[in-house]
Design a protein around this ligand. Structure first.
Ligand code: B1M
Length: 211
């Protein structure tokens, strides 16, 4: 589809209005929200990631790309987070770990969780263990999720889980971890309850955890 190709270019160029407009047009053409997300936005960001890694794009440009992607996600949000049933199946606290400011993946997971029927409490980015503890006290979640996009920040998830274990929290609260550099092996090694590979699967997993 020409428009999808154009949208990936626009995302690469950080053209937020165009990405937003393209998202609307694809929906008007009858595209499924999940497909718009994966084929245009996530795929566009994957290409950005490659050139970011190779030193062709730099932080200021990639910030623009992120801004453009978030514009498109804003259009998809009401669709992806809509639930048929208004009764909530659980409370899910989600946040990116300390030292890490990536939030696009976390936000997507949050939307899908809402779509799956969770009340989602998003505590944002750069969270030290104290923030997770405070959120547990305040919200009494049924699941807690941590996101990390950097190989340098993912070990901190283990620090948080160890602290939960010391406080007896781990016995009662399932912990889900996710983010591009993680895998099941890592999740097992740090004693996480579940590893979320992508947003859709994470929502299914979370349902299974509370069901
Ligand atoms: Co960053 N960055 N970045 N960056 N950035 C990566 C992650 C990187 C892989 C790029 C690269 O080199 N190819 C690389 C990490 C390398 C590594 O650790 N091995 C990297 C780097 C190095 C950095 C900086 C250090 C760059 C610098 O300053 N020199 C810096 C660090 C800042 C910090 O956090 N302290 C940095 C900064 C940034 C920006 C600010 C410019 C921007 C973030 C903007 C924002 O998020 N608001 C940015 C971006 C956009 C990226 C890339 C290009 C895209 C990330 C993204 O949004 N992907 C990324 C390259 C890449 O991943 N290909 C990159 C789309 C998103 C939908 O996917 O986040 O993977 P993802 O989420 C998925 C799954 O992982 C999963 O579900 C999601 C949906 O399916 N998931 C979960 C995620 N969290 C989950 C939680 C769950 C379950 C599933 O349960 C709780």
């Amino acid at each position: 589809d020409d428009l999808v190709e154009q949208m990936k270019d626009d995302l690469y160029d950080g053209m937020a209005d165009e990405v937003l407009e393209g998202t609307k047009i694809l929906l008007e053409r009858g595209w499924d929200a999940n497909q718009v997300l994966s084929d245009a936005l996530v795929e566009g960001m994957r290409i950005v990631g490659v050139d970011f890694r190779d030193g062709i794009l730099f932080v200021p440009e990639v910030l623009q790309c992120a801004h453009a992607m978030k514009g498109g996600m804003g259009i998809l949000r009401p669709i992806l987070s809509a639930t048929e049933n208004s009764a909530k199946i659980g409370k899910y606290v989600i946040g990116t770990v300390k030292g890490d400011i990536h939030d696009i993946g976390k936000n997507l997971v949050g939307m899908m969780l809402e779509g799956a029927g969770f009340e989602v409490i998003d505590i944002g980015i750069n969270n030290p263990v104290e923030n997770y503890l405070a959120a547990i006290d305040e919200h009494e979640p049924t699941v807690l999720g941590m996101s990390a996009l950097l190989t340098t920040t993912m070990p901190y998830m283990g620090v948080v889980i160890e602290e939960f274990d010391k406080r007896g929290i781990l016995k009662e609260l399932p912990i889900m971890v996710g983010g591009a550099p993680l895998n099941q092996e890592f999740a097992d090694a740090i004693n996480a309850t579940a590893y979320g590979r992508d947003a859709a699967r994470s929502a299914e997993l979370a349902k299974a955890l509370v069901g």
